[in-house]
Write a protein that binds this ligand. Structure first.
Ligand SMILES: Nc1ncnc2c1ncn2[C@@H]1O[C@H](COP(=O)(O)OP(=O)(O)OP(=O)(O)O)[C@@H](O)[C@H]1O
Ligand SMILES: [Mg+2]
Length: 280
């Protein structure tokens, strides 16, 4: 099966400053992957390479079977939907639904198809009631969701999201988590759902949504493993500059079976353990 995304020995520099060094990774269709690392590690730069806004100095970035060197960013948008770190400042249409429709229209989908994509994207993020509002009349947090809706409306095989929950409260984070789980799990034309590559500093959000972790450390891929495994390794997290989320802390502190990292899983295990104690 063709990978949703493959980086083969990718390096990139801004002038003389090397920002990514020999990065290789593969995302299978439907995989849900966190891209982690300190400020300045090179995460957003990697997004620019995947979306075709920058070209690797060495190595190759494959989106499906397309080499990003051979395609412009607008063509790559057929396969990769993205939300940039400050995407809430990039809305420009007069209504939210027009903004979300921009991508599918630009890709040349028919009017009824565009309408369906927009409706599904707004629906997934529970933004239907705001469809006719001006994007800049929305609170900043909802503008962030609007940008995400624009990426969902492309219905791509790969979603690359740079800090999609920055500035969102708990309820909105849960909304984003639900929408993305649904997109990743959905049976699409190719059989699988969308692969997710999500940059975040919020490891609680990451734990709820994602199950594999890539960590960039000064431009190098320092880690590629299960997110649960990484969150269980306190010393390594610290070395990589990452903050362990409370559920993972609790799991380790109480030595919970399976070391769950998601709140619902931890609650289930705790109930079982407590039930076992109450029931001799
Ligand atoms: N346009 C640019 N010109 C020169 N250097 C840049 C440019 N953009 C980023 N850099 C530098 O490249 C390095 C990687 O930046 P990048 O934005 O990819 O990091 P990041 O991992 O996304 O960080 P953050 O978590 O703060 O968003 C940093 O040292 C940054 O200062
Ligand atoms: Mg960044």
């Amino acid at each position: 099966m063709t990978a949703a995304l493959r980086l083969d020995g990718v390096s990139f520099s801004y002038g003389v400053v090397q920002v990514l060094a020999d990065v290789s990774l593969v995302l299978a269709p439907g995989e849900r992957v966190a891209l982690l690392g300190r400020n300045g590690a090179g995460k957003s730069t990697l997004v620019r390479l995947v979306t075709g806004l920058a070209r690797p100095a060495a190595g190759t970035v494959w989106v499906g079977d397309w080499d990003t060197r051979d395609h412009s960013p607008d063509v790559l948008a057929r396969r990769v939907g993205s939300v940039f770190q400050h995407a809430d400042q990039q809305l420009f249409a007069r209504t939210l639904e027009d903004d979300v429709a921009f991508g599918p229209r630009a890709l040349g989908f028919e009017r009824s198809d565009v309408a369906g994509r927009v409706a599904r994207a707004l629906d997934a993020l529970e933004l239907g009631a705001q469809a006719r509002e001006h994007p800049y009349d929305l609170p900043p947090a909802l503008r962030k969701l609007a940008a995400l809706a624009g990426a969902l409306a492309l219905e791509p095989a790969l979603l690359v999201l740079d800090e999609p929950t920055a500035g969102l409260d708990r309820a909105l984070r849960a909304r984003v988590t639900r929408a993305l789980l649904e997109r990743a799990g959905r049976a699409g034309a190719g059989g699988g759902g969308a692969a997710l590559l999500v940059i975040t500093h919020d490891l609680t959000f990451a734990a709820e949504l994602l199950d594999r972790a890539l960590v960039l450390d000064r431009g190098r891929l320092a880690c590629d493993e299960s997110l649960a495994g990484l969150l269980g390794a306190a010393a390594r997290l610290e070395t990589l500059g990452l903050l362990r989320p409370p559920v993972a802390e609790l799991s380790t502190a109480l030595d919970l079976p399976g070391r769950p990292i998601r709140a619902a899983d931890a609650a289930r295990v705790l109930a079982r353990v407590a039930g076992g104690r109450a029931d001799p």
